[in-house]
Design a protein around this ligand. Structure first.
Ligand code: 1HN
Length: 381
């Protein structure tokens, strides 16, 4: 793949700097390397510049999956497999640089799932943390650890790690499509994944429907004693409605100039801690005001975006990606990026999830502005 990142990587490996490895191959050395390999050993100096780059050099490349391509692709699946056969009827969005990890970017997985009225997928749980962002349709629901939640377009719902979860669409609903996001590649990289099917195949909801929204969704909390039993590492609030999200961003725009790099951006938070919704995956919503074009920066962390409303473009490592509603795109770690709203009259809204909770809890988040406010656009994807 001939991307800017790839170019940097090649330069980086060739770079001849004092203190960095610089050993020419000789027949003696080649024979020595072969002998080491037979012993499951190897010289560090042939790979040192690769495994210790000057800055992150992701295998992931920027990718956009446009709704005009995703919708027809996922719409074929119901003709070919049932949710019972498939377990989950999902089309994965796979980064060309991360195929062997089934990753969309970095250590994050994403896919789109389709379900028809009256269908239901069985309950399971796993070590991976999961989320969904609803793309279209009505009557979808999910049951998370016994709590049934109804899902409308652009709602954001959590199925944190270890929770039993299943999804379906009411018989009175319409065909539903949503985006799934999981940290499967992270769990597999850590060799920490587990998976279990529910002993009864489906849950019997035993908690009040939308109970977490009733208790935690209004920005007010019960007294300390009443909520002291919540000791789990994820948000007790499981669903964040789009209506409240759009309103929060619209109000924030009246009170703040926002970020020069992201416009009006707000994190979905655990209401008990103000921290991220799950220990390994965070999520944000952002609004680009009419005509807004943000400044370019780069930072560590991998990002999966879905365009919730409006249209515009992002410039990632000098390449322009035009986007519109329901398009999904990814920004790899340390890639230079900036966003623009194409409309002079309407705001644009982006949903995104990312691994910043991992970066922050390990103390490895780093960010930098570019020298120039905007990148030179070398090509349009
Ligand atoms: C999963 O549990 C769902 O619950 C969707 O709908 C996609 C991909 C990999 C592993 C588990 C779901 C998944 C998944």
């Amino acid at each position: 793949m001939d991307t800017a990142a790839e170019g940097r990587r090649r330069e980086n490996w060739r770079e001849d700097v004092a203190g960095r490895a610089n050993v020419a191959d000789t027949p003696e050395l080649e024979a020595y390397y072969d002998a080491l390999e037979a012993l499951s050993m190897g010289p560090l100096w042939t790979v040192a510049n690769k495994i210790e780059p000057w800055h992150p050099v992701p295998d992931s490349v920027p990718v956009i999956w446009r709704w005009k391509d995703v919708k027809p692709a996922i719409s074929r699946a119901p003709e070919l497999v049932t949710p019972e056969q498939a377990g989950r009827r999902v089309i994965m969005l796979v980064n060309p640089g991360r195929r062997q990890h089934a990753a969309a970017v970095g250590l994050l997985y994403t896919g789109v799932q389709i379900m028809d009225p009256g269908e239901c997928a069985s309950a399971h749980r796993h070590m991976a943390s999961a989320l969904r962002f609803i793309m279209e349709g009505s009557g979808a629901f999910t049951i998370v650890d016994g709590e049934r939640l109804s899902l409308n377009a652009r709602d954001f719902v959590l199925t944190p790690n270890g929770t039993w979860h299943e999804h379906g669409v009411d018989a009175s609903g319409t065909r539903c499509i949503w985006q799934d996001g999981l940290d499967i590649p992270l769990m597999n990289a850590l060799d920490a994944n587990f998976y279990e099917v529910h002993p009864n195949l489906n849950q019997t909801p035993h908690l009040p429907p939308e109970g977490s929204v009733a208790l935690y969704g209004a920005g007010l909390l019960q007294p300390t004693e009443a909520r002291a039993n919540w000791r789990k590492p994820y948000s007790p609030l499981l669903k964040y409605s789009w209506e409240a999200t759009e309103e929060a961003l619209t109000r924030a725009a009246r009170a703040s100039d926002g970020s020069p790099y992201d416009g009006i951006i707000m994190d979905y938070v655990n209401p008990l801690t103000g921290g991220p919704v799950m220990p390994t995956i965070g999520a944000s919503a952002q609004m680009l005001r009419p005509g807004e074009r943000t400044k370019a920066h780069r930072h560590t962390g991998s990002f999966v975006y879905q365009v919730a409303k409006g249209s515009g473009y992002s410039v990632i490592e000098g390449v322009r990606y035009d986007w519109t509603e329901r398009d999904i795109f990814v920004i790899p770690s340390w890639a230079a990026h900036e966003h623009a709203n194409a409309s002079d009259t309407d705001p644009a809204f982006l949903f995104c999830f990312h691994d910043l909770p991992v970066m922050r809890s390990l103390g490895i988040f780093r960010e930098a502005a570019l020298d120039e406010p905007h990148q030179t656009i070398t090509r349009t994807a």
